[in-house]
Ligand binder design. Sequence first.
Ligand SMILES: [Zn+2]
Length: 64
Amino acid sequence: MDVTGYCVKCKAKDKKMMNAQEVEMPGKGGKVRKAMTGTCETCGTKMFRIMGNDGMAGLMKKAA
Ligand SMILES: [Zn+2]
């Protein structure tokens, strides 16, 4: 499965995440949110994508 995210260095959405791995991060109210972390295929910058209820909508809001 290809995982994509926003690369702050390339300023591009839908960059392919290399070595993507699932991580868990603490959220509000003691909930744990799933996220993906990896590196940009183009520049190697670390990328991060939250896989919570917000989904892509939350990601776009953050990137704007
Ligand atoms: Zn990049």
